[in-house]
Design a protein around this ligand. Structure first.
Ligand SMILES: Cc1cc2nc3c(=O)[nH]c(=O)nc-3n(C[C@H](O)[C@H](O)[C@H](O)COP(=O)(O)OP(=O)(O)OC[C@H]3O[C@@H](n4cnc5c(N)ncnc54)[C@H](O)[C@@H]3O)c2cc1C
Length: 375
């Protein structure tokens, strides 16, 4: 019987891991990739949808197009995970695994911020971005507040990009002068591991008259009075709230008993959980890196190589290095880049590359190369 690898979640982590396994082992193993959705969407595409630069349909990469030796994709919702027995229940049946990989990402907890569901808008899901696209097209005057409701959150630069792109959007429509933009962030700076990146973003906010308030902890939204209530009781009025909801591991992962302090702890050596032959990669884990696709992808490569080593009785791979590059939209068609190193030194470091049209083209290549590799 072939070795059975079951991969839960076809996001950045699950897609990269499946690809590495297929490249190395082909149909010598049986890889089952399960996701509740029928398509993958890059995180950054949500900003494109929100600002009307593309349509939700255009950014969906359909899983039905995956064609890899040894890999079958199943569109099923995972309802229970038994990491001890390596058995997974879905809405369509059960799956037994010799190697199990949990790559289910992070979910959004709208209820954790009272008032957010009733009077705010989130732009971190495709549905939320699509709703905001319509709300934004009607917004011509007043106070827009971009608010991050808790950390950790996916792609730390994304809310900064949103502030800058909102400025461009309102300017193009001729109504920027009638609008205020405020950006509430719980972190002390836009991109804490890279002071140069933070400095460039803060300068860009100042040039565009965007009020940046670091260290802001959002407690709730008051829909009637249209104010954001911060810890310490101070209030920020808004006409339009664009929110990043608090994140949490999916309920099915929490119920499996694999989490500690909210997420699944794994080591950088091989991304193994405390359960034999059960791996976890990406946003669902804590491994000392931020929640971003590039990091999920890097961790997935190491986990895949560790599985290959176990199957072939080969040498374990080099540990996960925690390196990654994130692109940052500054508006005006220019994109910057921060190259971050989270694990090699005593503290994270990052180097900044100034925004340019060349980096904008590099970002396009980042997306298209993944699409070509995974599908
Ligand atoms: C606005 C925005 C901008 C971003 N920009 C960038 C960027 O520029 N660069 C970057 O690197 N990252 C970016 N990110 C972050 C990036 O999208 C995530 O960090 C990345 O997708 C995490 O990969 P993952 O594999 O851990 O999880 P995900 O990609 O979230 O995949 C998890 C998968 O699990 C599935 N799933 C969950 N629960 C179940 C269940 N019960 N049953 C079945 N399937 C389930 C989901 O459908 C999903 O497909 C951005 C995110 C956002 C929101």
């Amino acid at each position: 019987m072939k070795t059975r690898v079951v991969v839960l979640g076809a996001g950045f982590g699950g897609l990269e891991l499946t690809t590495v396994l297929a490249e190395a082992l082909g149909d010598e193993v049986e890889v089952t990739l399960i996701d509740g959705s029928d398509a993958f969407v890059f995180g950054f595409a949500k900003l494109d949808v929100m600002f009307g630069r593309t349509t939700p349909e255009a950014v969906r990469l359909h899983y039905s197009e995956i064609a890899k030796p040894g890999v079958r994709f199943l569109q099923e919702t995972i309802t229970a995970i038994d990491p001890q027995a390596r058995v997974v229940a879905t809405d369509a049946g059960t799956h037994e695994a010799d190697f199990l990989v949990v790559a289910l990402g992070a979910d959004y907890d709208m209820d954790a911020t009272p008032g957010l569901a009733e009077s705010g808008n989130e732009f971190y899901s495709v549905a939320g971005a699509e709703r905001l696209r319509d709300v934004l097209s009607e917004f011509t005057e007043g106070r827009a507040v971009i608010g991050v409701c808790g950390a950790p959150f996916k792609c730390p630069p994304a809310p900064s990009e949103t502030a800058l792109l909102l400025h461009d959007y309102l300017t193009t429509r001729g109504c920027r002068a009638a609008c205020e933009i405020t950006f509430l962030m719980p972190l002390p700076s836009p991109v804490p591991p890279s002071p140069d990146t933070s400095k460039a973003l803060i300068a860009a906010f100042a040039e565009r008259d965007i009020e940046f308030r670091p260290g802001s902890r959002i407690r709730s939204l008051d829909p009637e009075r249209r104010v954001v209530v911060l810890d310490g009781e101070s209030e920020v009025p808004y006409d339009l709230f664009l929110g990043v909801p608090k994140h949490r591991a999916p309920d099915v992962v929490v119920a499996s008993g694999m989490t500690e302090e909210g997420y699944i702890p794994v080591g950088p050596e091989n991304l193994l959980t405390r359960f034999p032959n059960v791996y976890a990669v990406g946003d669902v884990t804590t491994v000392g890196v931020p929640k971003a696709g590039v990091f999920a992808e890097g961790a997935a490569r190491v986990a895949a190589k560790s599985i290959i080593a176990a199957i072939e009785s080969g040498a374990e791979p080099e540990p996960y290095d925690g390196l990654g590059s994130c692109y940052i939209e500054f508006g005006g068609g220019r994109v910057g880049r921060v190259d971050v190193d989270f694990l090699s030194g005593p503290k994270p470091t990052g180097t900044f590359q100034a925004p340019s049209a060349a980096l904008a083209a590099e970002k396009v290549h980042f997306g298209s190369s993944r699409r070509a590799r995974w599908f």
